[in-house]
Design a binder for this molecule. Structure first.
Ligand SMILES: Nc1ncnc2c1ncn2[C@@H]1O[C@H](COP(=O)(O)OP(=O)(O)OP(=O)(O)O)[C@@H](O)[C@H]1O
Ligand SMILES: [Mg+2]
Length: 260
């Protein structure tokens, strides 16, 4: 689905991402983890076409990302950034309806099917009671869910999420990640997301990519990646890791900042 081949990205003259390669297969949930400032958002912006790279290549379903239009890309993928801002007077329903526009021609109006999809996205994110509210009047968590609903209305094959659980309390974090899993399992949506919580990454991902200083430090399945050595090298933290008896998911217990 995504084949990222040796891309390098710079801001001004400073190279932030160095020769980065990875692949995302159709139907996978892939998480990117790594310390603040390591380049996770930058990577996600490059694969979603918001940033260009000066070296390397990104292919989406075998087609060079640089050779497709923004609208063609938007029909296939949707990216939610770390910070999303809606215009002051926009309601939740209006925001979610924006998800349908990549599927429409110029000035083509939303039809019955579009409104059904918008309503489905609003219901899925438990926002029916808020649909006439202004997005700017919502709490951080409600607003996050409204943006996710907008992404769902786009019905992308690939959902790119940059820290989708920011602002959410633990129960809503769990709810959003369960929703992501449901979309992946039921609709076959491929998901690539940045997460900070190592246990959430271990629990919800098929593959994990670890980024440090703009380079790939490691990649693999949760049990390959979540090791005390990786946590020490990447985060300078000591930890204990045990594997769930039934689900075999690694559970990371952070202990303290590593001394050396
Ligand atoms: N627009 C920009 N101009 C210049 N430098 C930038 C820009 N955006 C990001 N950077 C720098 O690039 C580096 C990587 O930033 P990026 O936002 O990708 O990190 P991140 O891994 O997503 O961090 P976080 O976990 O804090 O979100 C940082 O050093 C950051 O300061
Ligand atoms: Mg970031």
């Amino acid at each position: 689905m995504f084949a990222v081949d040796s891309i390098s990205i710079r801001y001004d003259q400073k190279t932030i991402i160095h020769d980065f390669s990875f692949q995302v297969k159709e139907g996978e949930v892939v998480s990117i983890i790594g310390p603040n400032g390591s380049g996770k958002s930058t990577l996600l912006k490059a694969v979603s076409r918001q940033l260009s790279y000066f070296k390397g290549k990104v292919e989406l379903d075998g087609i060079n990302l640089k050779s497709i239009t923004a609208k063609q890309a938007a029909r296939k993928m949707c990216m939610l950034s770390q910070k999303n801002l809606a215009p002051a007077d926009m309601t939740v329903y209006e925001l979610v309806s924006f998800g349908r526009y990549p599927h429409k021609k110029w000035f083509e109006k939303l039809n019955h099917d579009d409104h059904d999809i918008i309503q489905w996205a609003i219901d899925k994110t438990h926002l029916s009671a808020y649909q006439e509210r202004r997005v700017t009047s919502l709490s951080g968590g409600e607003s996050q869910r409204a943006w996710i609903a907008m992404a769902l209305a786009q019905r992308p094959k690939i959902l790119l999420l940059d820290e989708p659980t920011t602002y959410l309390d633990i129960s809503h974090q769990h709810e959003v990640l369960e929703l992501v899993r449901e979309l992946n399992k039921e609709m076959g949506m491929t998901v690539m997301m940045v997460l900070h919580d190592l246990n959430q990454a271990a629990r919800y991902s098929d593959q994990i990519i670890v980024v440090k200083d703009g380079k790939k430090a490691m990649e693999g399945t949760p049990d390959q990646v979540m090791t005390t050595k990786m946590v020490r090298q990447v985060y300078r933290m000591d930890c204990e890791i045990n594997c769930g008896l039934r689900d075999r998911i690694p559970r990371i217990h952070l202990l303290q900042t590593a001394r050396s």
